[in-house]
Ligand binder design. Structure first.
Ligand SMILES: Cc1cc2nc3c(=O)[nH]c(=O)nc-3n(C[C@H](O)[C@H](O)[C@H](O)COP(=O)(O)OP(=O)(O)OC[C@H]3O[C@@H](n4cnc5c(N)ncnc54)[C@H](O)[C@@H]3O)c2cc1C
Length: 516
């Protein structure tokens, strides 16, 4: 009988196999179920959970085959947006035998990569196809961290399918799974091929500009070309940066303001972060690039300051989607081997306290910051760069120091980022940084650089849903993923897309049961 061994501690210079030889001397082979690094004290160690098997035993492969509808509906479901939520919703629907169409305003991966390169090199933004928009959604140029805080039965399915499309097998067991931007860009076109084989009507460069309802029931989507595509269900997987929110508002789709976070992105040399986390073992070849997760709460004001989307061995990206707005974000490749580490340091923005009665208040604030960032770059003689400031200058309220080489592919230009935010923001930001420095000695580093503006951490709106994941105001409209306010990353958006697809499947099942 196979058995599961949990929390096996393995010294940095030892091998798991050696340890297993005395823990389970009769084992023939094993499978890693979980692996993490514990670097809290002394010499870092690996912590494993492993399943060991006897000679004739084979690991049981979880089966993800699904039952299909016997009589598929006539009208395909319309999905808007080819990010993780839209793509996984399409996959699940097709595997359930439900036909669907997917409309994506941006380009397919291969062309999108070229549009992004042009933007970083020349500052020429394609407003439909960029770091936020296009096949793969915001996830395509992401850091590719697949870790999520949600507990969903669909996570193993998502990981398995990604592995089948070419992601590294380790994402099925690592505690901190990571695919990296380079690998995601190879996985998504394979997923596309598979979806098309399953019958997906997939249209790139196709923007949905309106939704049609008959009373409060979904009737059709309207494409920019003027084409009206009839449907009874729309999966709205448009992400947190789409202008579709204006359409939803005009059509009286119920939405609520939602709290979010804004701030700046901070970059350190990776070796400094390794030293902060791994101390004397900073350059140990088995450890790779270290990461961190830091948080501080000002209890009197109820405002949180925290690190977000930490990218070890990564790059700071210019990732805006509007011509006059500038956004920073981060990514890394699978090997996490750039000499820099970056993370967003953001403050929570409570919707009700800051924008009472103004549904679009958060959106407007976000846009205002991005516009200011953009203007700063141009006022300081830049064209395509990100505005940047040495951390110590930010603390002193000056911008005298030149910016050394950074990881940003579009470059960086010296700018007074401290002027972007009010006194209250700066005070909290600095208190948090001081606390982080106490937790990670050296965090306040002479070499650290801030970039503006980290404004797209999550959606400032929620398109509120019922328990069956339909809009509370419109039947047949299924808001999903990050833009709907129900996910906050690649894996959670993918799981949410699946959840919505399953709800549509269950609806069809009960309809066939009652009608047949
Ligand atoms: C640089 C960067 C790094 C990131 N790193 C990570 C990470 O490491 N790990 C992680 O978990 N998350 C990361 N994220 C966040 C993650 O990418 C998102 O949470 C996730 O992609 C959200 O998925 P989604 O499907 O809900 O929406 P999106 O991925 O935003 O996709 C929405 C899609 O809808 C399309 N669309 C919008 N409106 C229309 C319309 N009217 N008509 C047609 N198409 C439309 C858009 O073009 C877009 O392609 C990162 C994001 C960025 C930008």
């Amino acid at each position: 009988m196979s058995k599961v061994l949990q929390n096996i501690e393995v010294d940095l210079d030892a091998e798991l196999e050696e340890q297993l030889q005395w823990m389970a001397p009769d084992y023939s082979h094993f499978e890693i179920l979980k692996k993490s690094v514990d670097a809290r004290r002394g010499k870092p160690r690996f912590i494993y959970t492993v399943e060991v098997f006897g000679k004739d035993e084979t690991p049981e492969k979880k089966n993800f085959d699904l039952e299909k509808l016997q009589s598929p509906p006539q009208l395909p479901v319309c999905i808007i947006g080819a990010g993780p939520a839209g793509l996984f919703a399409a996959l699940r629907l097709l595997e359930r035998g439900i036909p669907c169409r997917l409309f994506e305003q941006g380009e397919a991966t291969e062309k999108r990569i070229l549009s992004i390169a042009k933007f970083w090199r020349k500052g020429e933004l394609n407003e439909r196809s960029n770091v936020g928009f296009g096949e793969g959604g915001a996830g395509l140029f992401s850091d590719g961290k697949l870790i999520t805080r949600i507990k969903s039965p669909f996570i193993p399915y998502v990981m398995r399918r990604l592995v089948e499309f070419g992601a590294p097998a380790e994402i099925e067991y690592l505690a901190n799974p990571h695919v990296g931007s380079d690998k995601i860009r190879r996985v998504i076109p394979k997923m596309r091929e598979h979806l098309i084989k399953l019958g997906l009507d997939l249209r790139f460069n196709t923007k949905v500009i309106d939704l049609k309802f008959s009373g409060k029931n979904v009737k059709a989507v309207v494409l920019e070309s003027g084409e009206v595509v009839d449907c009874e269900q729309i999966i709205l997987a448009t992400g947190h940066s789409s202008d579709i929110f204006d359409v939803l508002h005009q059509r009286d789709v119920f939405m609520e303001g939602k709290s979010f976070a804004v701030g700046l992105r901070l970059e350190h040399p990776q070796i400094e972060v390794n030293r902060m986390q791994y101390r004397d073992y900073a350059e140990h070849p088995k450890l790779g690039s270290a990461n961190y997760k830091l948080a501080y709460t000002d209890k009197t004001q109820g405002i949180g300051v925290y690190s977000f989307c930490m990218c070890p061995g990564g790059y700071v990206l210019s990732s805006g989607t509007e011509k006059d707005g500038l956004v920073s974000n981060g990514m890394s490749n699978f090997n996490r081997n750039s000499p820099f580490a970056n993370a967003a340091i953001v403050l929570s923005v409570d919707h009700d306290k800051n924008f009472p009665g103004d549904l679009f208040g958060g959106m407007k604030y976000r846009r205002h910051l991005e516009k200011q960032g953009f203007e700063m770059v141009h006022n300081y003689g830049g064209t395509r760069e990100l505005p940047a400031q040495k951390l110590f200058d930010f603390i002193d309220g000056t911008s005298k120091s030149e910016i050394p080489k950074t990881s940003s592919p579009s470059g960086a230009i010296k700018a007074p980022l401290h002027e972007l935010f009010d006194q209250k923001f700066r005070k909290l930001f600095l208190e948090a940084l001081k606390k982080f420095d106490r937790q990670m000695k050296g965090f306040l580093s002479e070499n650290a650089i801030l970039f503006g503006v980290e404004s797209r951490t999550s959606c400032p709106l929620r398109v509120t849903r019922t328990e069956s994941f339909e809009s509370v105001s419109h039947k047949g409209l299924y808001p999903t993923g990050e833009g709907a306010g129900y996910a906050g990353g690649i894996t959670s958006a993918a799981c949410d897309g699946i959840k919505v697809a399953e709800s549509i499947y269950q609806d069809h099942l009960s309809f066939s049961a009652t009608s047949g």
